[in-house]
Write a protein that binds this ligand. Sequence first.
Ligand code: MRU
Length: 344
Amino acid sequence: MRSEIKPIYWRNNAIYVLDQRLLPYKIKYLRLKTAREVAKAIKDMAIRGAPAIGIAGAMGLALTAYHSRAKTVEQLLAELKRSYETLRNTRPTAVNLFWALERVMKIAETRCSVDELRRLILDEALKIMEEDLEANRKIGFNGSKLIDDGDGILTHCNAGALATAGYGTALGIIRAAFEEGKKITVYACETRPRLQGAKLTAWELMRDGIPVKLITDNMAAFLMQRGLINKVIVGADRILAKTGHVINKIGTLSHAIAAKYYNIPFLVAAPTSTVDFKSTPDEVVIEERDEKEVLYIDGKKIAPRGVRALNPAFDITPPDLVSYIITEKGIYRPEELRELSLTT
Ligand code: MRU
């Protein structure tokens, strides 16, 4: 049995982040000691995936608290607010980052001594990480009920152990179904421009011995037409409780449209930390990344000199294309998500 994938952990007075930019060729951890270093790792996508960047953000605040020389709670709070601003200005779309930062900043309001506050903040960050792992196991358990023996499952981007505290959301369901003995084949979309499917999802599944075939993104609809795909499972960066819209890696919307056309269940797996109870679709900022990610592959230019490119990192799938949303609390239709606010 392979050891579990740990994308991020705390040891002594630093956090260690598995540098996902180097996978699948190299396994190397970055040692980060400041919130500024964590912010850079999030922005540069050494760590990525909605729940993982939330955990990294919380850990970034914990680093600030841990290394602070503040003599008063007021001084510590001022340092934390600076780190909070730096961390929240990294990636705008995944809501987990903001959720985790707010959660830690709420703890910082506790009335106690500076030393106690330092400890409380680190505890909260570690708790966010532990809870995510637990949530993923539950998502896996809940979602695997929807998977049948013999299913061909299409997935997009990487919603695996690397994108979370471990085990994964979409890949958590796939792992759980496989562990239950269901014979499944995963079709992993390569996910241009950054190739998270080819580099990360294929790596994770190969490591666990789960049958996987890599496809380019534009093959998905054809495989559906040929009857090879029985389910689509993706993760999410933000799910809007008010409307049921799902924001996830660019390309998700095309798969959802094709799945609807071919009557294939379209499943979204995410912890409740991904649910945004406030926003409407036009209020969500879709990250625009550097056009170089489209114009180059692994440092090699693939387009004529002077051509410009577009690079929106995420898209928005409307609720009528989504069959079920699988969370640690249960399985919901998109329009049922509002109920979650009563239990969260
Ligand atoms: O740009 P990325 O790689 O951070 O985007 C990741 C995704 O879109 C994932 O599908 C999403 O965060 C869910 S991860 C469990």
